[in-house]
Write a protein that binds this ligand. Structure first.
Ligand SMILES: [Zn+2]
Length: 460
């Protein structure tokens, strides 16, 4: 039987990654991500899975971002009971983020019921569902071949995107190679290893978040230094909506560097996100994943992820108290696109104040509060209330866990022969079209942009 690959998420959008590989009699799901952003996308999370969860033989994960793992609790709730393979660091991060995601779903349903926003609102899944997922997870090391039912096997290769992130290099029974990029990271970023060079595959599925863009070469340290000076002079509050995993740790690294260089006043820093607090500990502990620089400084006894004046805020009451506290201060809170989490409460109480500086740190998907704010909307809606924006709003342009077009083309340039088929996923349509044209023009490869539900045969 010819192996097939079906695309059930991250098609012409950046979230909801789900790819179903059928090989022999087996069905392997690669990633099981939550759709995020605009309502029409979030609504997809409530649809039935386009496959039967209990018929899946295994799940293989690329990394622990919610748009790649956030539907696992629903998958288990709907009957999946097989192994879920991931790197050890991905499992460590899932332990942090999945129960949190379950809690958020429950909180959201409670909030909607309380405010009468959605009568009889049920959570998509619960914290308990998330714990059932964790019991099914099995660690797999980088570069260690692992067999799957149906005669396929795979190895993980470092993707340089976040802690534990990996490409899935799948060997099909006929010896052909299917490479799933997951999210592709960047070279020379602090903390984690670079993406591994790949020079061959028969079928390639590649992300395209920044397929139409080149990251700014601005110096993030200089921007943070300027923001801190502003907060110090104005007694202002810097609100940083930050991805709990990866970005928050990078910020800690930059603040520490600024302090060590005498470029930052003594401003208290609050990480107001239980998930970010736990993720920071996971980053500090996962020594196998650290790049050489970080290894050396940790060996020297320095704590690169803990700047001075850092306060961890786990407790909800403490978080509420922060809302009433005057600056200067830096509050880092999730989610990174301000579409959920504690940052929404901070934004609701501080956006109307011109002594607030909202500093975004990464990609803002269509339909998110973050996108509205960076586009300069004078009024935004938070929890059904209109909030006038008087705060300063800006974005750090150079921080990203995703490679840009140039870095992507560089990574692809190592391939010795063109893949037979290349599929572009995980990008908004414009980014995908631009990247597809670039790959066709410069490399001469055949490129496809799959639609939701498309199935392709992996044949000679
Ligand atoms: Zn990711």
């Amino acid at each position: 039987m010819t192996p097939t690959l079906s695309f059930y998420g991250a098609t012409r959008t950046v979230t909801g990654s789900k790819h179903l590989l059928k090989v022999g009699n087996a069905q392997i799901l690669i990633d099981c991500g939550l759709f995020q952003g605009a309502k029409h996308l979030r609504d997809l999370n409530w649809d039935e899975f386009p496959f039967v969860p209990h018929e899946l033989d295994a799940v293989v994960l690329t990394h622990a971002h919610v748009d790649h793992i956030g539907m696992l609790p629903r998958l288990v709730k709907d009957g999946f009971n097989g192994p879920i393979y991931a790197t050890a660091a991905t499992i460590a991060l899932c332990r942090i983020s999945l129960p949190d995601s379950g809690r958020l779903q429950e909180e959201e349903a409670r909030f909607q019921n309380k405010r009468g926003l959605r009568a009889g609102a049920e959570p998509l899944y619960t914290e308990d569902d998330a714990y059932r997922v964790l019991k099914l997870m099995k660690p797999v090391k980088y570069h260690e071949r692992h067999d799957l039912p149906g005669g396929a096997s795979w190895v993980y290769k470092p993707a340089g995107h976040i802690l534990g992130s990996a490409f899935v290099e799948m060997a099909l029974p006929n010896g052909e190679i299917l490479l799933m990029s997951g999210d592709l990271g960047r070279y020379d970023t602090p903390l984690i290893k670079d993406p591994e060079v790949v020079d061959y595959c028969d079928y390639l599925v590649i992300e395209s978040t920044y397929g139409n863009r080149i990251h700014s070469d601005e110096d993030p340290m200089a921007r943070l230094e300027e923001a801190c000076a502003w907060a110090w002079q104005n007694g202002g509050t810097i609100l940083v909506p930050s991805f709990a995993i990866g970005r928050t740790q990078e910020l800690m690294y930059f603040f520490k560097q600024l302090q060590d260089a005498g470029r930052m006043p003594r401003i208290p820093i609050y990480i107001d996100s239980p998930m970010a607090v736990s993720a920071t500990h996971a980053y500090a502990q996962a020594q196998d994943e650290h790049d050489e620089e970080l290894k050396i400084s940790i060996a020297e006894g320095s704590s690169e992820l803990e700047p001075a004046n850092l306060n961890y805020v786990r407790d909800r009451e403490q978080s509420k108290a922060l809302n009433r506290q005057d600056g200067p201060q830096i509050i880092i809170s999730g989610s990174g696109m301000a579409n959920g989490g504690r940052i929404k409460h901070h934004l609701r109480s501080r956006l109307g104040d011109e002594n607030t500086f909202v500093l975004f740190t990464g990609y803002q998907a269509e339909g998110t509060l973050g996108r509205d704010l960076i586009e300069g909307q004078p009024t935004v809606s938070i929890f059904g209330e209109d909030v006038t924006v008087r705060a300063r709003v800006d974005k750090l342009n150079s921080l990203s866990a995703h490679c840009d077009q140039k870095e992507m083309m560089n990574w692809l340039s190592f391939f010795r022969t063109p893949p037979k088929k290349t599929f572009i996923v995980h990008g908004e349509p414009e980014a995908q079209e631009v990247l597809a044209a670039k790959i066709k023009d410069e490399l001469g490869w055949e490129v496809n942009i799959p639609e939701f539900g498309d199935t392709t045969e992996l044949v000679n």
